[in-house]
Design a binder for this molecule. Structure first.
Ligand SMILES: *Cc1c(COP(=O)(O)O)cnc(C)c1O
Length: 368
């Protein structure tokens, strides 16, 4: 692997293939695979990730917002794209770029039907989202009759799928709640089929749902974090490979004497003669200020160097008193060995937040 000479996010596409194949191996052959590539494919690069997954014949993509789907279409992605949380101001663009909306409320359904009628389109594919307990987005089960009758009178749209989202699929303490969500979803699907006479696809599982609830895969699964190498458990993390490595270099080394201070607000005071290294990555690159003052660390020559003082916008300073290193040496913020989920033992966050935070200023490099 090339040594970093500036701050880079290295993305290993062979690890992506590995994760995709591993997750696919958990499915029945007929079950479709939707890859969630929202938020720049969880902080990596949605276009390169989608191109790679398209080559692997993934069935569907999902993004959160219309703008994210447009970026994929601009890059030539042809696979169907579900937009999980579109706003009606963007419905014209959505239709124009062949993106498929999640419809989660009567208000949104009415607005979407109105636009499809104005544009004189027929059978536009839509996906109905039901709320089975997350209480974030979705129709309540009680609303089914109303929704079905509205759609029966609207030839401009066609229900491609019904879906819902699990609240705690990674947490076996919530086993009963998850089972309740699965039952509720099955009940909704049955009612929908009875009332409409149609059998749209059904999908419920995110990554942890795929791994923990094989009985709930239905026609399709939606995976995000697993593709990027995290399984939300110690056991499953062993089967997956983090695709992204965040690396930088040592810009400068200082030797400071006892009682000298480091960084803004003089937040760190040296305990004796110490060596510090300045690294060109800061809170504008995704290193949250919470990691300052000893809460986070980087790795230099296989040793952990704690972040000292406050995280600056463009830089951090780390303590390298006990580490043999020199200016220009490579610095690992996270990789497949020092995982993003451990970047800080004290930050009380999750892999999702750390990897999606890597800002667009950081150069992306792709390894095949
Ligand atoms: C983000 C998202 C997913 C992906 O979840 P992971 O835990 O990353 O696999 C699936 N479905 C919906 C509705 C989402 O918003």
């Amino acid at each position: 692997m090339p040594k970093a000479q500036e701050t880079v996010l290295e993305i290993d596409l062979s690890a992506l293939t590995h994760n995709y194949n591993y997750l696919k191996s958990k499915l029945q052959p007929k079950t479709k695979f939707l890859a969630v590539v929202k938020a720049f494919a969880y902080g990596s690069d949605s276009v390169e990730i989608a191109k790679h997954l398209e080559k692997l014949n993934v069935d569907y993509f999902a993004v959160a917002y219309v703008k994210e789907g447009v970026a994929l279409r601009d890059a030539g992605i042809k696979t169907p794209i579900l937009v999980l949380h579109p706003q009606s101001i963007n419905f014209n663009t959505l239709i124009n770029r062949c993106l498929e909306p999640s419809i989660y409320s009567n208000h949104v359904l009415d607005e979407f039907i109105k636009i499809t009628e104005e544009l004189d389109v027929q059978d536009y594919p839509i996906h109905l989202k039901f709320n089975t307990g997350l209480n974030r987005l979705g129709f309540k089960d009680k609303e089914i009759e109303n929704v079905v009758s509205k759609i029966k009178h609207s030839p401009s749209v066609k229900i491609k799928s019904l879906f819902s989202h699990l609240a705690a699929s990674e947490d076996f303490n919530e086993l009963h709640f998850t089972q309740f969500q699965i039952k509720t979803f099955q009940h909704i699907a049955k009612q929908f089929e009875n009332l409409s006479g149609e059998k749209p696809w059904l999908h419920l599982c995110n990554t942890s749902g795929i791994l923990n609830y094989p009985e709930a895969h239905f026609n399709m699964v939606r995976s995000g974090i697993g593709l990027y190498g995290f399984g939300n458990s110690v056991e499953e993390d062993k089967n997956l490979k983090p695709i992204a490595s965040l690396k930088s270099i040592v810009s400068q080394i200082h030797t400071i004497e006892k009682d000298e201070t480091v960084g803004y607000n003089r937040a760190y005071t040296s305990q004796g003669t110490e060596r510090t290294a300045t690294i060109p990555i800061g809170h504008a690159d995704g290193i949250n200020r919470i990691y300052g003052n000893g809460n986070g660390f980087v790795v230099i020559n296989n040793k952990k160097a704690p972040i000292i003082g406050n995280v600056c916008m463009d830089m951090i300073m780390v303590n390298v008193t006990d580490i043999e290193c020199k200016e220009g040496d490579e610095v690992i913020i996270f990789n497949s060995e020092y995982k993003a989920s451990n970047l800080s033992e004290n930050a009380k966050t999750i892999s999702y937040e750390i990897i999606t935070a890597v800002s667009q200023r950081v150069k992306r490099i792709f390894l095949s």
